[in-house]
Design a protein around this ligand. Structure first.
Ligand code: NAP
Length: 289
């Protein structure tokens, strides 16, 4: 059996098309969705991520406000900037690119963002809503994965998923989103024992380790017909690679995401979707343009 490649670019394009329509509808109501990006320091990977997100915004008609701050930016300055953006009626979404330099407290910074402008879905308020099944703004990578299942009409009910990651960005929100869809979820991490056995029992394996010296998902670790989602990103000989041994697993699985061209494009597409959702919410609060 040879499985099907899940084409993240195609799914992302379908999301972007819907976002374009939503932007036009908002514009006809006098609201132009706007994302404020906050990048601190000179981390080259972060700079590329922010640039790609801004470019994607422009493609669908979302405007951006770029805040590029020096490496020495203080917590006090960060707090003032977030307060300013929270109170700016022309800004609908706030994206603080992580990681932040050491002097800045990531939790304090994210927590300060207004929940209705929290397009990464990472504020404690939105995390709480997610864990009670009521979230509107959901973390981009996990909700992008759910969108892929939907696009390929994959029925999740009753399936058993193994997630290899327990971060606030990926594993924890994904656990809640899968649970909402009646999936039985096992969360694994670096201290999990018998990881291979857990994976072999799973209908769905979602891996997000991002370091092939620590972990690679190989064909002997998944059962026939498994659905395999590769979130991991690392570099090998200057090439982008995931956690999955794609060429061997595609011969055994029913669906597999590639790297690149899998989950990555979905993360950006869901950010755009969250930004128009935030603009609609903000409009409801009477802030407009
Ligand atoms: P992270 O916080 O470092 O999480 C890595 C996870 O892998 C942790 O839960 C860790 O366990 C687990 N782990 C490490 N070694 C392991 C091992 N040998 N066996 C089993 N589990 C192991 O990183 P993150 O922010 O969640 O990101 C994870 C990866 O996803 C990175 O490669 C990142 O670049 C990528 N990513 C991709 C996208 C995308 O759009 N495709 C978006 C965001 C992130 P512990 O908790 O025990 O340490």
């Amino acid at each position: 059996m040879t499985g099907q490649k899940i084409d993240g670019i195609a799914v992302a394009n379908a999301v972007k098309e819907r976002v374009r329509g939503a932007v036009k509808a908002l514009q006809s109501d006098g609201v132009t969705p706007c994302l404020a990006t906050v990048l601190v320091g000179e981390n080259p990977a972060s700079a590329v991520y922010v640039k790609n997100k801004q470019k994607a915004c422009t493609e669908v008609g979302i405007t951006t406000k770029d805040h590029k701050l020096p490496e020495s930016f203080s917590q006090q300055e960060m707090n003032s900037l977030i307060d300013l953006l929270n109170n700016d009626n022309t800004v609908h979404g706030i994206l603080v690119q992580l990681p932040l330099p050491k002097q800045l407290d990531e939790f304090a910074t994210i927590s300060r963002i207004s929940p209705i402008k929290d397009v990464d879905g990472l504020t404690p308020y939105n995390v709480g809503l997610l864990s009670t099944g009521r979230a509107i703004l959901k973390p981009c990578t996990p909700s992008g994965i759910m969108e892929m299942f939907d696009y390929y009409n994959i029925d999740l009910t009753g399936k058993h998923a193994v997630i290899i990651n327990r971060s606030n960005l990926i594993g924890r929100p994904l656990y809640n989103l899968l649970l909402e869809k009646n999936v039985t979820v096992t969360t694994c991490h670096s201290k999990t024992q018998n990881l291979k056995e857990h994976c072999q029992k799973a209908d769905i394996v979602i891996t997000a380790v991002g370091d092939r010296t620590k972990f690679v998902l190989t064909a002997d670790m998944v059962k026939d017909g498994a659905i395999v989602i590769d979130v991991g990103i690392s570099r090998q000989d200057s090439k982008l690679v995931g956690d999955v041994d794609y060429d061997s697993i595609i011969k055994k699985a029913s669906y597999v995401t590639p790297v690149p061209g899998g989950v990555g494009p979905m993360t950006v597409a869901m950010l755009l979707k969250n930004t128009v959702t935030a603009a609609s919410i903000n409009k409801g609060f009477g802030s407009g343009s």
